[in-house]
Write a protein that binds this ligand. Structure first.
Ligand code: GAP
Length: 421
């Protein structure tokens, strides 16, 4: 495989899908002022002229002239060493002067590979949203303040990918552009900063592992009048998890100019017209998945043995409930299988009959399954099962017919990481 490119296996896919679904829930299901979009990845190349990506979307690249010949981002090296001449952080060698390197992947559209067919893989999902602003306004019966949300792959030819799935060249973004009357922009900027922090906390990230960092004036992107990063305390230190930006009317004005379309809101009652301002919460699905995993990881001693577990929010857990027969005989496997087949209609469930019961519990703990259901000899007499809680290890007895409704109710209950206690 390529370096810094990762494939997600079974539980990884389920976990990241849950992260994206929770984002959609917060943006669409639990609000009525945002609509969904799935725009093309390869857009008209003029898009990137209008957005400023062709001119300005570059990072300063330096290369070691010493032994190791490695490449670095000059701005990252400067963060570690604010003053003086920079040297290679690996071998101490001299560095080349910085060269600006455009981060967009280039390809060709159609069979002829000439300059006229050059296109780019999108480096952010946001621009597809701006291109659809007029469409959404005309068809969705929304008016500012309203938003358009999109989840999908973006591509950046990063100079220094790394830290596992934190920075890769192919990644998924979860972005929402919220169009507001110009004078309401500051208020909505504050709203989205609060909302986005709350989203991570409600899904179990410990509040002391999150902070909001407002950008200094000289850090702001060309389009932004204010930006704050939601930062997470990753194992390598505080790093950006998500950006919330006040983009003003930069994007709609630029796209109007390059496309010749009027991108405005006209109030039919008052005749008022204006170019909406945009507040943008822009998150990474892979980076959020990494943060949820890191925050949930725990090791503890239980009866003299180490237990490794993911204390994931139940809604993020890849599997919600595991159904296990205590022994592989006396009708227990058949009974357990029937319970599993019933539960999986309501939520992702697993049936596991292989190995000792202790080992099967531990396997589920490691993938963060919040609940375990055990079928034992008593089940065969009275149709009750043991319900085990991943975090407290409490075991209670519950009637089989109550299992489904009980677990569904637990899935919508507020949840806090027991690591807080
Ligand atoms: N539309 C604005 C925008 O794209 P960004 O801060 O460049 O802003 C938003 O990206 C989020 O996308 C980041 O906070 C991060 O979570 C994710 N992201 C950006 N580059 C990434 C990369 N190379 N690998 C993984 N995630 C990345």
């Amino acid at each position: 495989g390529l370096g810094s490119a990762y494939d997600y296996g079974h539980y990884g896919v389920l976990l990241k899908t849950n992260v994206k679904n929770e984002w959609w829930r917060a943006m669409i299901q639990e609000r009525d002022d945002i609509v969904a979009l799935d725009s093309a990845i390869i857009l008209h190349p003029k898009t990137w002229e209008a957005s400023g990506h062709l001119g300005g979307f570059s990072d300063p690249l330096v290369q070691c002239l010493g032994k190791c010949k490695q490449r670095f981002r000059e701005d990252h090296l400067r963060e570690a060493q604010p003053e003086g001449e920079l040297k290679c952080p690996v071998c101490g060698g001299e560095l080349t002067p910085p060269r600006h390197f455009n981060l967009m992947f280039k390809t060709h559209h159609g069979p002829v590979e000439d300059e006229g067919s050059e296109v780019y893989l999108r480096p952010e999902t946001a621009q597809g949203i701006f291109l659809n602003f007029k469409n959404a306004l005309q068809t969705s019966r929304k008016r500012p303040p309203f938003g358009i949300a999109q989840v999908g792959k973006s591509f950046r030819n990063e100079i220094t990918p790394g830290n596992f799935i934190f920075r890769t060249r192919e990644f998924e973004q979860m972005e929402m552009e919220f169009f507001v009357p110009p004078d309401a922009a500051p208020e909505w900027y504050d709203h989205w900063k609060d909302e986005r922090r709350r989203w991570y906390e409600e899904l179990g990230i410990r509040p002391d592992h999150l902070r909001m960092r407002e950008h200094d004036q000289d850090e702001l992107s060309h389009y932004s009048s204010a930006t704050a990063d939601v930062e997470y305390l990753f194992p390598m230190g505080w790093s950006e998890l998500e950006g919330v930006a006040n983009r003003g009317n930069f994007d709609l004005t630029q796209h109007a100019q390059f496309s010749g379309e009027k991108l405005q809101y006209v109030d039919s009652a008052t005749g008022d017209r204006y170019v909406p301002h945009v507040i943008e919460p822009a998150a990474g699905a892979d980076r959020a998945t990494l943060a949820f995993m890191v925050d949930a990881y725990d090791e503890e001693q239980v009866e003299g043995r180490e237990r490794v577990l993911l204390r994931l929010h139940p809604r993020l857990a890849p599997v919600k409930v595991a159904v296990l027969p205590l022994v592989n005989k006396d009708g227990q496997p058949e009974k357990a299988r029937a319970i599993y087949e019933d539960l999986r209609k309501r939520m992702p469930a697993e049936y596991d009959a292989g190995g000792s019961i202790g080992k099967r519990y531990r396997r589920q703990d490691e993938i963060g399954t919040p609940w375990g259901v055990t079928v034992d000899h008593q089940t065969m007499d009275d149709d009750t099962v043991t319900l085990r809680d991943r975090d407290s290890l409490d075991q209670s007895r519950i009637a089989i017919h109550e299992l489904g409704p009980e677990l569904e109710e637990r899935l919508i209950r507020p949840w806090h990481s027991p690591k807080l206690c």
